[in-house]
Write a protein that binds this ligand. Structure first.
Ligand code: SF4
Ligand code: SF4
Length: 325
């Protein structure tokens, strides 16, 4: 009997390696394709390696004992992506995802939008379930005995009533401003590791609940500092020179001695709240709101200020208060 999870683990298509079920022993075996070895070995060395390899010999002498794993044509990841898009409740995100999977570069665009819309975990969960289905159907079709050890569906945690934290959150953020600052200050008295352990869970909970594309406040209210490498990345992405980037999109902040975007909202923020240079966005944008970085307690000024316009930060601080007070 073969565990379904083992088949799923091996279903990722890896160039140069083929996976098989060896029927008589019901085991999974892998085989390096000759073409993948050609870069490193001479023809004579490959022949020698194949001679000593039981899988190579088995494939040659008793091919009927070996069943090749589902190929990319059986897995059809594009169809899985399309099915996933149709499960997304937010119509704007759904449309953006559906249009991202058309044409070349689909996987990259799809992953970027998942990332922006905080849908990445949901996608991988959906994809895993689809892989298990394909693996089970494949076993049935080929009379392979298998143990169905797919993980039990995750129980969705009871969601906090939205009114509890999000209702009137901007007003409450103003109202709780002093209290939040005192609370963030008090975290310095706790063990730093303990604070970081707790906050990472709360951060993950927050990004699951909040869709950044319905907000975009950080891109509308803040000007990130850009390092030289950020400017170079944007220039490469836009296929223009770094001078052109500076001329068209940046100003130099004399006080901070750094470059920043020349407009608010950011010149790269689209009307749909998506970042048009997402893959090349500056490090400061990638890291924002920094609630999942270690040393949470040491950034009280920053987190306090961010509670006033970033619902993720506000949520994190409110939940941290529940936990630590
Ligand atoms: S570069 Fe993108 S992520 Fe950064 S502020 Fe502009 S729109 Fe927002
Ligand atoms: S302000 Fe916070 S919640 Fe809003 S888009 Fe930025 S990170 Fe997301």
């Amino acid at each position: 009997m073969i565990q379904l999870s083992k088949i799923v683990q091996e279903m990722e298509i890896i160039e140069g390696i083929s996976m098989y079920v060896h029927r008589p022993s019901s085991t999974l075996v892998q085989h390096f394709e000759e073409a993948a070895l050609e870069d490193q070995f001479t023809a004579e060395e490959i022949a020698e390696l194949e001679k000593d390899n039981p899988v190579s010999q088995g494939l040659k002498n008793a091919p009927e004992d070996y069943l090749a794993f589902p190929s990319k044509y059986d897995i059809h990841e594009y169809r899985i992506m399309e099915n996933f898009c149709n499960t997304v409740a937010n119509d704007r995100v759904k449309e953006a995802l559906l249009s991202s999977i058309r044409g070349s570069g689909a996987f990259r665009r799809f992953r970027n939008i998942l990332d922006q819309a905080n849908q990445t975990d949901k996608w991988y969960h959906f994809r895993d379930r689809a892989f298990y289905e394909i693996a089970a159907e494949w076993c049935i079709e080929h009379d392979i005995l298998y143990t169905d050890d797919r993980p039990a569906p995750k129980r969705t945690k009871k969601k906090l009533p939205p009114q509890k934290i999000f209702k009137d959150w901007t007003l409450n953020a103003q109202k709780n401003s002093d209290q939040n600052f005192d609370f963030l200050t008090s975290l310095k008295l706790k063990t730093e590791d303990r604070v970081d352990q707790v906050v990472i869970h709360i951060h993950n909970e927050a990004v699951e609940k909040i869709d950044c594309t319905t907000c975009g406040n950080c891109c509308k209210k803040m000007k990130p500092e850009l390092e030289a490498v950020d400017i170079k990345n944007i220039a490469d992405f836009l296929k223009i020179s770094t001078n052109q980037v500076q001329q068209d999109y940046l100003v130099f902040n004399e006080k901070e001695k750094s470059h920043e975007f020349n407009t608010l909202p950011c010149p790269f923020l689209g009307t749909d709240n998506f970042c048009s240079i997402y893959e090349a966005r500056p490090a400061a944008c990638r890291d924002f709101p920094n609630t999942d970085e270690s040393g949470f307690a040491s950034r009280r000024f920053m987190h306090h200020d961010n509670t006033l316009f970033c619902p993720i930060t506000y949520y994190v601080v409110e939940r941290m208060k529940e936990h630590f007070q």
